[in-house]
Design a protein around this ligand. Structure first.
Ligand SMILES: *[C@@H]1O[C@H](CO)[C@@H](O)[C@H](O)[C@H]1NC(C)=O
Ligand SMILES: *[C@@H]1O[C@H](CO)[C@@H](O)[C@H](O)[C@H]1NC(C)=O
Ligand SMILES: *[C@@H]1O[C@H](CO)[C@@H](O)[C@H](O)[C@H]1NC(C)=O
Ligand SMILES: *[C@@H]1O[C@H](CO)[C@@H](O)[C@H](O)[C@H]1NC(C)=O
Ligand SMILES: *[C@@H]1O[C@H](CO)[C@@H](O)[C@H](O)[C@H]1NC(C)=O
Length: 323
């Protein structure tokens, strides 16, 4: 009997262990941008983000949350969302009213923009960092810290005045604190669990090469394009044999509309040295089957012929994209 109890205890323990092994870094935040054109006109945009992936939008006409994925509701009930929508709606209406009423007193000059970002970060399952920051005209203005509004140095006296004003409202501070410290971590964890399949998917990249002569020189600009991959980490290199080529320029990894990523890696090279160079792509979705594309093999050199004399070229590379 004791043995059985121990065994089931062990199962329970190992179960919770497994959950803890997945020490994900989870960041959920909402962004709210309010643009004030004049005393009577303001526009609100809202969105929710799990890491770099947008999960929610805000329909300011109807004052409702837009769920961008089937799993965007996390594990919250419809009642809970209706409560949140009502809260956001009231908050936004009040915010716009108060700001328009106080704009001249606070020396906000039309047109201006306020950006609010708020959320929580769970570096592991039992720690949470919550935050709320406000920017005015793109510059730090104030933040919420430990139950009070704190002006940013960049906000100067104006931010101090706003903080003095809103620090008087205990109810708002309690609501904000509850949202970022309690609701946010629960929501973020549930969202992460609900979206796990989507977040852990593997999508293979496509790669292609393009090149163009650099005007006024004997050099070529070779570009290795890699697109449509997920997740974001990727290794792309211009190689000759075993050697990584020095002097490559790696672009930023940019988002595609479908949630996958795009990257290009550029190499300047003397035209006569281009043959034998190849672009190598390594990505988790490919296993150990790296993509290898040789310059000049599948993209014939004649593509670079400025007279474009050969129109019968048939390459699997697609068109030569000038950069
Ligand atoms: C306020 O700004 C909006 C949007 O730019 C404009 O259409 C409207 O005419 C402006 N109203 C006033 C009173 O200036
Ligand atoms: C997380 O919880 C475990 C066990 O409860 C504890 O040992 C550990 O120190 C906690 N980690 C942090 C960062 O608080
Ligand atoms: C937050 O405020 C409480 C009470 O006002 C105080 O005891 C605590 O030390 C503060 N924490 C930080 C990190 O400032
Ligand atoms: C949702 O999931 C989170 C994390 O697993 C949990 O803490 C929370 O209690 C769940 N339910 C609700 C309604 O938040
Ligand atoms: C290009 O080559 C492929 C395979 O060799 C062939 O299937 C395709 O029909 C060709 N396209 C053109 C436009 O010649």
């Amino acid at each position: 009997m004791l043995f059985l109890q121990l065994a089931s205890l062990a199962v329970l323990l190992s179960g919770s262990d497994n959950a803890d092994v997945i020490q994900e870094h989870i960041l959920f935040h909402v962004i709210q941008i309010s643009s004030f054109a004049n005393q009577s006109w303001a526009k609100i945009q809202g969105s929710g983000w799990l890491g770099e992936l947008q999960t929610h939008g805000w329909d300011s006409e109807s004052g409702t949350i837009i769920f961008l994925h089937t799993w965007s509701k996390s594990n919250f009930s419809n009642e809970e969302f209706m409560g949140l929508e009502l809260l956001f709606r009231v908050y936004l209406i009040r915010l716009i009213q108060e700001i328009q009423d106080c704009a001249s007193q606070l020396q906000f000059e039309y047109p201006f923009e306020l950006q609010v970002t708020a959320g929580c970060e769970l570096p592991s399952r039992n720690t949470t960092k919550s935050f709320l920051q406000v920017a005015y005209q793109g510059t730090d203005f104030l933040s919420f810290q430990n139950m009070s509004w704190v002006p940013s140095p960049e906000g100067e006296i104006r931010a101090q005045r706003v903080c003095d004003l809103i620090n008087q409202y205990e109810g708002i501070k309690e609501t904000v604190s509850k949202l970022i410290r309690n609701v946010c971590p629960r929501f973020a964890l549930g969202l992460f669990d609900a979206g796990k399949m989507y977040l852990q998917r593997q999508v293979k990249p496509e790669a292609w090469l393009s090149g163009s002569p650099i005007l006024g020189s004997s050099q070529l600009l070779l570009v290795c394009h890699v697109s449509g991959f997920y997740p974001k980490p990727i290794w792309v290199m211009w190689m000759r044999g075993e050697r990584e080529q020095p002097g490559i320029q790696r672009g930023d990894v940019l988002p595609n509309v479908d949630g996958t990523w795009y990257l290009r890696v550029i190499l300047n090279v003397e035209a006569e040295e281009a043959a034998g160079l190849f672009c190598q792509v390594r990505h988790s979705s490919l296993g150990d089957q790296d993509i290898i594309l040789y310059w000049g093999k599948t993209s014939p050199f004649r593509e670079l012929d400025p007279t474009g004399s050969d129109s019968t070229s048939n390459t699997s590379d697609g068109p030569c994209i000038m950069v």
